[in-house]
Ligand binder design. Structure first.
Ligand SMILES: Cc1ncc(C[n+]2csc(CCOP(=O)(O)OP(=O)(O)O)c2C)c(N)n1
Length: 687
């Protein structure tokens, strides 16, 4: 240890002992990581991080992500000490019901927590997304200097993204994907400190993780430095060098997990368990710390940390003054900035939304979606996104809006490469940064590759839009590897994720409107590869019904229906054809009108569930128990809507490789089969 003043020591040990005491009191948690990283976190937070504890939402603050979220007490200690609204009392109730100090950092309840972290690797990718958003917004909103005209330029977006990442973070594939992209994009504002303590849960990293991490990141085209995690000047110098380098930076800081614990330092025992009362006493003694009281914060240390409040105020005030000059010169840009940061859609964003008519011929919903995206792109400059190498298939390219790259950070099309998981984590980071409305696309079957990030988007209620195309066996010849079957149910199972599977081009337009206006939580649009007829809305109900999740698309002729056909997406038009067939079956119904079938288009369970009971009962009257759901996916979940008396035409296996028309026939998604199944159901009901 070199060049630490007594005050530095005091401050660092305050962070350590707060973590030790909180974990001990909670009888659960991870003391080792905060003990090991307290020194480098102290340097970062007191000498570099430009933030305003009094206003954690100051838009141009540096971002800090604790990717190794299990070390949450490190972050809670720093937030409390630097003056965020996180009283010491909250640290005393670490991990308890209703506290703002949950086991892993959660974005939302705790001021200053930039991202929910815990699943390793996610925070790493989130930071990359934040740095991308910073670069895009800087390109879009900053005004470059014009020396000839004496204009010094304006930089209203100009900040760093820092993270502390761990062995576990670097082992996870998502971090590799994100690091590869970050290096390629030369995200120079990204500065990650790697807690190189060489311990994970099962023991030494010698067990599993022996590659040369530095050379690996150099190969990713990162700027890599090595530092002693306890040499404060060395850490500071490394951060300065990282700031100056145009590449993303990794500072590999050699640390010791459980630093200061005489019997547990450098062992996996300090991971995931309290030190134990005796070891707490010994650790404090070893650190020169009084054993009582617990949660001790020496006045001198607190005063040192609390300088962050005044510095933060000054930074924000200085930025605010600069912003006002900017706003005076560029009022339109300033207004656009305010709306973007508030997440509001500008007036008129939807003026060019296309209308699709049945006479224009059949259209895949992915194609309709591409047309919608391109119609709104010019009116919504903060709508940015792309694909995991499938833009030509997913139809998500924004024509004429350029590609985002190191040399063109104002480009709006993102080539995420074949990196679905990183795309998911990066999209989350972009929303967490604020100011942009991001979307990402891939085939529905590959949503599995990004599911952990989707889950976190849902948990954080981030408004990300996913465009998942090739949404069923309807993709045809590519076969079962590419045919999503369980993904529909699996996505619907994620709380706060709104899944929408539109039936035709007109519903796709409404789906995009819903997706963009839905600011709380992610939305997944499930779209077809194959062409679908554009339904004739002159005789059918308006596609606006999509916004309510399910609606009566075609009422049964002549009153109370005998049976309800409930379908989603590409199966809806087949259900309509089945309705006609049933109407021709006069024999069973013993009426001239034949069997009366109502067709319900049900693009979104989630939206439907938000409707009042009266509406839901109007669409699916409880007294009509003969219900048949038709969806080219696993039937799981549908029984909720069809009930005990109902049935589901779904897919129990994995699909097959064949032309889609053949598959449709073989799997029973034909008007004939639907009508037969409905009739059988009605006949059974009669006996
Ligand atoms: C995706 C994921 N897998 C597993 C875990 C469980 N887990 C928590 S911490 C950890 C490993 C800890 O090692 P490291 O990242 O080096 O942290 P340190 O031991 O330094 O605290 C694991 C496997 C997790 N949080 N996330």
């Amino acid at each position: 240890m070199t060049q630490q003043t007594e005050l530095d020591q005091l401050c660092i040990n305050t962070i350590r002992t707060l973590a030790v005491d909180a974990v001990q009191k909670a009888r659960s948690g991870h003391p080792g990581m905060p003990m090991g990283t307290a020194a480098m976190a102290y340097v970062l937070w007191t000498r570099f991080l430009q933030h305003n504890p009094v206003n954690p939402a100051w838009p141009d603050r540096d971002r800090f992500v604790l990717s190794a979220g299990h070390g949450s007490m490190l972050l809670y200690g720093l937030l409390h000490l630097t003056g965020y609204d996180l009283p010491l009392e909250e640290l005393r109730i670490f991990r308890q019901w209703g506290s703002r100090t949950p086991g892993h950092p959660e974005h939302g309840p705790t001021p200053g927590v930039e991202a929910t972290t815990g699943p390793l690797g996610q925070g790493f990718a989130n930071g990359v997304g934040m740095a991308i958003a910073e670069a895009y917004l800087a390109a879009h909103f900053n005004v470059p200097p014009e020396p000839a005209e004496g204009c010094p330029g304006h930089k209203i977006v100009d900040h760093y993204v820092y993270a502390i990442v761990s062995d576990g973070d670097l082992m996870e594939g998502v971090a590799s994907e994100a690091a590869s992209l970050a290096g390629h994009l030369r995200l120079g504002k990204l500065i990650y400190m790697y807690d190189d303590n060489r311990i994970t849960i099962e023991g030494s990293t010698e067990l599993t993780f022996t590659e040369d991490r530095g050379r690996r990141f150099e190969a990713y085209r990162w700027h890599v430095q090595h530092a002693d995690g306890y040499d404060l000047e060395g850490i500071a110098a490394a951060i300065r060098a990282a700031q100056a380098d145009p590449r993303p930076s990794l500072i590999i800081a050699r640390t010791h997990i459980g630093y200061g614990s005489p019997n547990k330092q450098d062992t996996a025992e300090v991971h995931g368990a309290p030190l134990g009362e005796e070891e707490v006493r010994l650790t404090k003694e070893n650190l020169g710390w009084p054993s009582e009281p617990s949660f001790l914060i020496p006045d001198q240390a607190l005063a040192d940390f609390q300088q962050a409040v005044e510095r933060g105020r000054a930074w924000e005030a200085e930025w605010q003054a600069r912003f006002e000059t900017y706003a005076a010169e560029y009022p339109n840009l300033a207004e656009e900035w305010r709306m973007a940061m508030a997440g509001d859609l500008p007036a008129g964003w939807d003026v060019d939304l296309p209308t699709f008519r049945s006479e224009d011929g059949p259209l895949a919903t992915r194609v309709a979606s591409g047309k919608v995206l391109n119609a709104i792109a010019s009116h919504l400059p903060t709508l940015i996104g792309g694909s995991a190498d499938l833009a030509p298939s997913c139809k998500t390219y924004l024509n004429g809006h350029g590609d985002f790259s190191a040399d063109n950070p104002g480009g709006r099309n993102f080539h995420f490469g074949v990196r679905e998981h990183a795309m998911g984590g990066i999209l989350n980071g972009m929303v967490l940064h604020g100011g942009v409305i991001p979307f990402g696309s891939t085939f529905l079957v590959f949503s599995d590759y990004m599911r952990p990030s989707i889950r976190l988007a849902a948990m954080m209620e981030l408004p990300v839009v996913y465009v998942f195309t090739h949404d069923s066996i309807g993709i045809g010849e590519d076969g079962p590897t590419h045919q999503p079957v369980e993904q529909l149910a699996a996505l619907r199972a994620i709380p706060h994720l709104t899944v929408i599977r539109p039936a035709d081009a007109a519903e796709t337009v409404v789906a995009w409107r819903v997706a963009l206006e839905h600011r709380k939580g992610p939305v997944a649009l499930l779209l077809t590869r194959q062409k679908l007829p554009v339904l004739d809305r002159a005789v059918l109900a308006s596609a606006d019904g999509l916004a309510r999740g399910a609606y009566v698309l075609a009422e049964a002729d002549g009153g109370r229906p005998d049976v309800i056909l409930i379908a989603t997406g590409s199966e809806v038009h087949v259900a309509l054809a089945a309705q006609e067939r049933l109407a021709a079956c006069t024999e069973l119904s013993r009426s001239e009108q034949g069997v009366k079938a109502r067709v319900v288009s049900m693009p979104s369970w989630k939206l439907f569930e938000r409707q009042p009971q009266s509406y839901r009962d109007a669409v699916l009257p409880p007294e009509v128990t003969a219900r048949l759901a038709i969806e080219a996916g696993v039937p799981q979940g549908w029984y909720r809507y069809v009930g005990d008396g109902g049935e589901v035409i779904g897919i129990e296996g994995f699909g097959a490789s064949a032309p889609y028309e053949v598959l449709w026939e073989k799997y029973g998604f034909t008007a004939e089969n639907i009508a037969t199944r409905a009739l059988e159901m009605l006949e059974r009901g009669e006996t």
